[in-house]
Ligand binder design. Structure first.
Ligand code: NAD
Length: 370
């Protein structure tokens, strides 16, 4: 049996609490002989600052680069609010993304039927929703230079951010989106603002070229990013894969997240370029939520986003798609049985804690493997 090397970075706040539930699942799968895992643990974020003065060390980055997949909890919290900006807990995550070249951020928005009433939209609009937002993560306006605030002679200040995209950056993210669409419902919607932005004009041109050259079998539509935001809350099920830049992706993926109910349910993946000889990609999987200081240490956190992140790692990095399907189905079963943490509980109903939720998913997984 292949042994998959995982690096687990629980981080801060509820990170270690939800990471523990994922470790229980990995232990179970290993014990039952379903799959082989070698799991290393390391520090990141505030925990790493406390231990080494840095939010991530060079050694941890090297371990992350060598792993088949990194499972990341969450970082940050009031304890580290006063550390220098460059050394804040979140800088550990940004460094990992940058050093591993994680340019493709995948955020599925799946609405479990049992949770359809937790969405801000009507049940019939979101029930069965399954869309995937592919966001470019290492380019665009968050990184473009110049990026500054200057004081003018008049005394006014002028702030500048710069949106930059190259052909290569757009080409590689478009390929990720088309590849993924082939494994889903075979449709890509590319969102940009070509009506007012040059980067949008180039985005449109390159996505169309990649499509015509190598992915003509996939349906492609272009949509203006503002219209995409509107359509997401009007008729979200029209989408399959949405590919977009860093800024629009940030916003559209948060909109899509709200369609599904709770932050505690949302996993994500960040992928690097495929090595042409080995086919291997650097990859980091993490829940969308943060360290939730308001509930940390109380055993209340919903572990489903972290468990969903493990399922994504199995599917996209470890070649364990069938087990990933079973793990996601186990979460759906538990929800359908009415087992809920406080963030997704029905009003007036009893809520379970992190450990009980993890145990329930494990029991449903065990039953499905019999
Ligand atoms: P947050 O996601 O931590 O929490 C927002 C709200 O959602 C809170 O009320 C929290 O209790 C709730 N929540 C989040 N995850 C939950 C879960 N699994 N189960 C139940 N409830 C859950 O966002 P925030 O409060 O804006 O940020 C808190 C800290 O986390 C900050 O230091 C922030 O910088 C950091 N943060 C880190 C990441 C990351 O590690 N990738 C992402 C976002 C925020």
């Amino acid at each position: 049996m292949t042994t998959h090397n995982l690096l687990l970075l629980p981080g801060d706040g509820i990170g270690p609490e939800v990471a523990r539930e994922v470790e229980k699942i990995l232990d179970f799968l290993r014990r039952e002989g379903v799959a082989g895992f070698e799991v290393e643990r390391d520090l990141v974020g505030g925990a790493a600052i406390d231990a080494s003065g840095r939010p991530v060390t060079d050694e941890t980055v090297a371990r992350a680069a060598a792993a088949d997949a990194v499972l990341f909890g969450s970082v940050g919290g009031p304890k580290w609010d006063r550390v220098r900006y460059e050394l804040r807990p979140e800088a550990g995550l940004l460094r990992l993304r940058k050093d591993l070249g994680l340019f493709a951020n995948l955020r599925p928005a799946i609405c479990f039927p049992a949770l359809a009433d937790s969405s801000s939209l009507k049940r019939d609009l979101v029930e069965g929703l399954d869309i995937l937002i592919v966001r470019e993560l290492t380019g665009g306006v968050y990184f473009g230079e110049p990026k500054e605030i200057v004081t003018l002679e008049s005394g006014d200040k002028r702030a500048v951010d710069t949106q930059i995209y190259t052909t290569g950056e757009i080409d590689r993210i478009a390929r990720v989106a088309f590849d993924l669409a082939r494994k889903r419902r075979n449709k890509v919607s590319s969102a940009e603002k070509r009506n007012v932005m040059k980067s949008g004009v180039l985005w449109h041109e390159v996505v169309s070229r990649v499509h015509a050259a190598d992915f003509a079998d996939v349906e492609l539509e272009h949509v203006l990013a503002d219209n995409c935001a509107m359509q997401l809350v009007r008729r979200p099920k029209q989408y399959d894969v949405i590919v977009t830049d860093n800024l629009f992706g940030d916003i559209l993926s948060d909109v899509a997240a709200m369609l599904t109910g709770s932050l505690g349910m949302l996993p994500s993946a960040s992928l690097g370029a495929e090595d042409p000889t080995t086919g291997r990609r650097a990859a980091l999987y993490e829940p969308v939520h943060g360290s939730a200081p308001d509930i940390a240490g109380q055993g209340l956190a919903n572990p489903c986003a972290m468990i969903g992140s493990l399922a994504m790692a199995m599917r996209y990095s470890l070649g364990l798609g069938e087990i990933a399907d079973k793990l996601e189905a186990a979460v759906a079963t538990v929800l359908a049985d009415g087992v809920r943490t406080a963030d997704i509980a029905r009003r007036g109903a009893n809520a379970v804690g992190t450990t009980e939720m993890g145990d329930a998913v494990l029991a449903a997984l065990r039953a499905s493997l019999r």
